[in-house]
Design a protein around this ligand. Structure first.
Ligand code: HEC
Length: 160
């Protein structure tokens, strides 16, 4: 009985080693193929292209943003939605609401220059530039957008 166990055991051992050697062989072949591919550079250019394509829109936005900020390329509507709507949509802290002709009429009477001046400096609860990073041209454009939605017919200033 113990002999059978021994021989079974050694048979198992031999089979295990055989398996290890066989797996080792497979692993070696896989490794060699990978190395060969890496050396050839097979697939690598495709990967780089794919990555470039995938990040392209992000890269474009990153490049476009500073240009827009410097050149004043953002529209009044864009700035309004990003920086002014928080107060002027709902009339927070008595901010004149967008489209509220009654609230805007006395302000429109100040003219675009007057409104721009108070918007740049800030007025009561309104922080300077409405807390935005808009330049003067962009700010003027935003005021034109707001005032014209609320009864004015200001002309939009040209980009500088
Ligand atoms: C934190 C809230 C808040 C934000 C954000 C804000 N405003 Fe105002 N805004 C006000 C308030 C309050 C008033 C009314 C001030 C007053 O007359 O007492 C006002 C008034 C104004 C006026 C009229 C000024 C005048 O002389 O009567 C203009 C123009 C204006 N805002 C433009 C903007 C623009 C453009 C932005 C975005 C870039 C902006 N605001 C963002 C609160 C805000």
């Amino acid at each position: 009985m113990s002999t059978t166990t021994d021989s079974e055991f050694s048979l198992q051992k031999i089979m295990s080693w055989g398996l290890v050697i066989a797996l080792g062989g497979v692993a070696t072949v896989v490794a060699l193929v990978s190395i060969a591919n890496a050396v050839k550079g097979g697939g690598k250019p495709v990967d780089a292209e794919a990555i470039k394509l995938r990040i392209a829109p992000v890269a474009a936005v990153t490049i476009a943003a500073p240009v827009a900020a410097g050149g004043g390329a953002r529209s009044g509507e864009q700035i309004y939605k990003g920086a002014c709507s928080a107060c002027h949509d709902a009339g927070v802290a008595n901010a004149p609401k967008l489209g509220d002709k009654g609230a805007w009429a006395p302000r429109i009477a100040l003219g675009l220059d007057g409104l721009l001046k108070s918007a740049i400096a800030g007025k009561n609860a309104m922080p300077p530039k409405g807390g935005s990073d808009a330049n003067d041209t962009e700010l003027a454009r935003t005021i034109v957008y707001m005032a014209n939605k609320s009864g004015a017919s200001f002309k939009e200033p040209a980009a500088k």
